[in-house]
Design a protein. Structure first.
Length: 610
């Protein structure tokens, strides 16, 4: 009888999926169009920023735009649409699945000391595979950009673009609607449900921190807040869904997927078009105004190298004719995170076996509500300064509360841990008996002092570049994470956490037994083994003053020394921001579109708000 009941429920679920998710948020497939020989603008990359650019540039019906995307149309796939499935979209056809070179000072628990780097591949880019977290960053990030040669990029300059992109649907008492946008392309909601988030925030207050809107227009950066996510109508709200699909039928916009750009065509130091491979054939299209690279922090520098723009020394080794000798890929920064865990006795955490029930599936597919709309249980943030003597006003550590012991559901294998490490430390969490009650906090290092690089090792456009983030090479990076662990342990001693009977999960690891257990030296060993990427690579095409030899693009995002060519994506960030990079990448797309159109809409946007 039990099997019959399960079979009936499965049939009901299947019918629900067909009837009730067929139209909710779905879009028709792209119509096939013959490409023109020339366009005003060619945008390379239909991802986080590229979708924004395609929308904004085609607002002028007299302007023609071609958007080229190496991936496919990935919207309309439930795997990607359901927020709880966020980690499961990684390691799929929607992911480039890059890998770093073996790390010398980090990733010691990974196979070959190598980290897997997820990057979105398809319309929507990394908004297809990320954790959906919406964080603008610190006001001091952007003021620092402006003060260091990026005129026009202060917080007051970029704030109107954040507001423009937003459709805030959050009514929390800490969120001031006057500081946020309404009706913009990107839907932003609060997907916080568990009691753990309440205890986390109350514990932060007991420690003396302030709970408020982390995306608010405030000056105090040591704040704790509920998670804001790009979830709309119960679905992952990618930039393709927000910006691209509503305008897909504009006659002046052509979109070509599965189109792998191999180089930018440059004549007399002017970009005039691109070569790309589509359906196994080489094609060429010209641009009468500009070529815009929006292929991300890996794709954009790779295409620049292939086009002869990069460090002269390495281009010559690859026999690529040098067009412009620029430090492309030489200032790579990536955020990293280290997980700490706590057991609890209260049955309030998001264990996968409790979330993935038939009832929750039906609730989601019928109404688009419930725990499956949580972004893999990422429920709260905290931003901390671990060094009170630092003159830097920005926070250096971010806590990301994950209301389950499993690291982002069942995605622990995505971090490339060695098999024996998985068995020793994670076997008890990811067992057939179900995940025990508890929660995790990802301690994210916001401003690592370690710098890496990205370089080509081949002139073949289908070969992946060499990526070396140089994790934890600077000892201060380890110290900041260590200080974050100490704050977490203090948090567990607060009354709200004690009410959950929260206890620090601190199982000895055999790879660090040569150090005294629970000493700073022991924890440094643990940190160097288990710190992982948080998927935020930036600064491979650094923006700055033209005279700055470390920069690739100027404050108008024009590639130095080459006319008609810009880079508009996360790779242009002069420094990593204080938080997840998605929101800032969309903002860069918005502001970049105005720079291309040579208009200053900041004052207009401010007047509209007033």
């Amino acid at each position: 009888m039990e099997n019959v009941t399960k079979a009936i429920l499965v049939c009901i679920l299947g019918i629900a999926v067909m009837l009730f998710t067929r139209d909710r948020g779905r879009v028709p497939p792209l119509s096939t169009r013959n490409l023109n020989q020339s366009y005003d603008y060619i945008i390379v990359g239909g991802g986080t920023a590229g979708s924004v650019l395609a929308n904004r540039l085609t607002e002028d019906p007299e302007v023609t735009v071609l958007l080229l995307e190496a991936g496919d149309e990935e919207t309309n796939k439930p795997m990607y649409d359901i927020p709880w499935n966020a980690p499961r979209s990684q390691m799929t056809e929607a992911d480039w699945i890059y890998r770093t070179v073996p790390q010398k000072t980090g990733c010691l628990a990974m196979k070959d000391r190598t980290m897997i780097w997820p990057r979105g591949k398809g319309l929507g880019g990394s908004t297809l595979v990320n954790g959906l977290v919406y964080i603008r960053g610190s006001r001091y990030d952007f003021d620092g950009w402006s003060a260091n040669g990026c005129e026009g990029w202060s917080y007051e300059d970029v704030l109107p673009y954040f507001i423009k992109l937003e459709d805030y649907q959050i009514f929390d008492k800490h969120v001031d609607p006057e500081q946020h946008g309404k009706g913009g392309p990107m839907v932003i909601t609060d997907t916080t449900f568990s009691e753990i988030a309440d205890a986390f925030l109350a514990g932060g207050e007991e420690l003396g921190y302030t709970v408020q809107d982390c995306n608010g227009n405030h000056g105090d950066n040591e704040v704790w807040c509920r998670m804001h996510s790009i979830v709309g109508n119960g679905m992952r709200w990618t930039t393709a869904r927000g910006y691209l699909y509503p305008i897909r039928d504009r006659k002046n916009l052509h979109i070509s997927v599965k189109s792998h750009v191999t180089k930018v065509l440059i004549e007399e130091r002017t970009a005039v078009g691109v070569d790309f491979i589509r359906k196994g054939k080489k094609e060429r299209v010209k641009a009468s105004r500009e070529v815009i690279l929006a292929a991300g922090s890996v794709g954009s520098p790779q295409i620049l190298w292939l086009s002869g723009i990069g460090p002269k020394e390495y281009l010559e080794k690859l026999h690529i004719p040098v067009v412009a000798d620029l430090p492309v890929g030489e200032t790579l920064i990536d955020h990293v995170m280290f997980f700490v865990k706590a057991d609890i006795t209260s049955p309030v955490s998001y264990t996968p076996d409790k979330v993935n029930t038939t009832f929750n599936q039906l609730r989601y597919h019928f109404f688009g509500t419930g725990s499956l709309t949580s972004n893999a249980a990422d429920e709260a943030n905290a931003f901390l300064k671990t060094n009170p003597d630092s003159k830097d006003k920005r926070p250096d550590i971010q806590f990301i509360l994950v209301s389950t012991l499993a690291e982002h559901g069942d995605a622990v294998d995505h971090f490339n841990y060695r098999d024996e490490v998985n068995k020793e430390l994670f076997g008890g969490i990811l067992s057939s008996k179900g995940t025990p009650e508890g929660f995790s906090v990802a301690i994210a290092l916001l401003h690592p002092k370690s710098r890496g690089y990205l370089r080509l090792t081949s002139s073949d456009p289908f070969d992946y570049p060499e990526i070396d983030p140089n994790y934890l090479a600077h000892k201060d990076d380890v110290q900041s994470i260590l200080e974050g662990i100490k704050v977490f342990r203090k948090l567990l001693m607060t009354k709200p956490m004690l009410a959950l009977n929260a206890t620090f999960r601190n199982k000895p690891f055999s790879g660090c037994t040569s150090f005294g257990f629970d000493t700073d030296q022991y924890w440094e060993c643990i940190i160097r083994h288990f710190t992982v990427t948080i998927y935020h690579p930036t600064t491979t095409c650094k923006m700055g003053d033209v005279s700055d030899t470390s920069t690739v693009v100027d404050p108008s995002l024009r590639v130095k020394g080459v006319s008609g060519l810009r880079v508009i994506d996360a790779s242009i960030m002069p420094d990593a921001i204080s938080g997840n990079t998605m929101a800032a990448s969309i903002m860069i797309g918005e502001k970049g579109a105005d720079l291309v159109k040579n208009i200053d809409s900041v004052n207009q946007l401010r007047k509209k708000r007033k």
